[in-house]
Design a binder for this molecule. Sequence first.
Ligand code: SF4
Length: 486
Amino acid sequence: MTDLAGRDGPRDECGVFGVFAPDAEHEVSKLAYYALYALQHRGQESAGIAAADLGGHMMTRRELGLVSQVFSEHDLRTLAGDLAVGHVRYSTTGANAWENSQPVHRSDRFELALAHNGNLINAVALHGELRERGIAFRSTSDSEIIAALLATHGADSIVDAVAAVMPQLEGAYSTVVTTNDHVLAFRDPAGLRPLVLGVLPAVGDGPERYCVASESCAFDIIGARLVRDVRPGELVAISSQGIETRQVVTGAREAFCLFEYIYFARPDSRMNGDVLQAARGRMGEILARESPTPGADLVIPVPDSGTPAARGFARASGLPQDDGLIKNRYVGRTFIQPGHELRRHGLRMKFNPLPEIVGGKRIVVVDDSIVRGNTTRQIVAMLRDAGALGIHMRISAPPIKHPCHYGIDMSTREEMVAHGRTVEEVAAELGCDSLAYLSLEGVYEAVRGERGRHCDACFTGDYPLANSAGAQHKDAFEHALPLVRA
Ligand code: SF4
């Protein structure tokens, strides 16, 4: 699993889950709990579940913390129901962090709970329109804007309300909503963030029960089967009547996030018909083909994120592979954000080099990405201290030079080590003997995808959606909006 703690990589904003299972002995909250457990890598700062009885009441519990910290056995019993949505979030800390945790609950015309992964690029304009209509907000998250548009809509049904609201939204939205009779899943027409449909085994002669999630690993843990992607621009409505799908919006082009394959998603999730562990292995193989390292003795990964690609690199280059860095898996995540200096200590807590493995050797160190370079610089220094004779960094992604406007919290352009530097200059900055990145073509070859159907803007600066240049970073958005309490 991609582990974001202690890394300086980009951070995904959220993981979402929804389930309609009226005959699951009211245990939908447990299904949601375990699904969120599997999606924990997509957000570690808050977690929440909203559950509803069919035709009855809705309850929400959301709190700052990991899934295992937020929910007790008692909470899950209290959240009994037939329909549920869940959410894990990465967010900035601050006074209003709890308010911005999800699911967002609103009970205007429609009562609903909403979980969203993505980033609206017209959030400020939509917020202004809603405020003019006298609609109050409890949070500064763009997710509540979607919730407010839906909950206040004049349509006859919540399904029609979603179909009417989707065309108003610009940006990335993989969204799951529950009312007390429907679970709805819908995705932006570019399909920027993932969203998949699954099915739970039927109980007795009962109907099949559907679920939706950011990644298929959430289905594996609860015994559900991956059916397919929720298509870009599609609305999937699940109720006692079964499953209804509508193609609501069609975009100029699809733009699935290329970084999901490289970094964000768990290696046991399936995307584009392939398990990511295999795709990441191919990235390593292609990297070895593109940037061989004659004279090297050993390949080591930066665990765990670089492990599949390191294995592929070793396979393709014929070099032996070993673990030269041991990761302490029990370094907990914390709400206390380390400063610059403490980040270094945190990193030393996390990785320990093995002089017996790397000492006296010329080593190839494989990782999946470099953003600011602080982590890599530390790793290079540690390996040198441990006696490595040569350190050749190989990265299974192109250089990251541009910020993301579609739901990923990246460093600013100026903080990115590859911004404005040649590869040689970055190598000098990191202190390694050589540095090579996988080419963009190499990534597309590894994931067997077409460039015209993906977003690769953080590598290329080619933003796939119109208006992206005017998009606000989420902090800017929060600054632009007053926190208005309902
Ligand atoms: S800019 Fe990068 S991280 Fe953001 S959606 Fe595009 S590929 Fe993904």
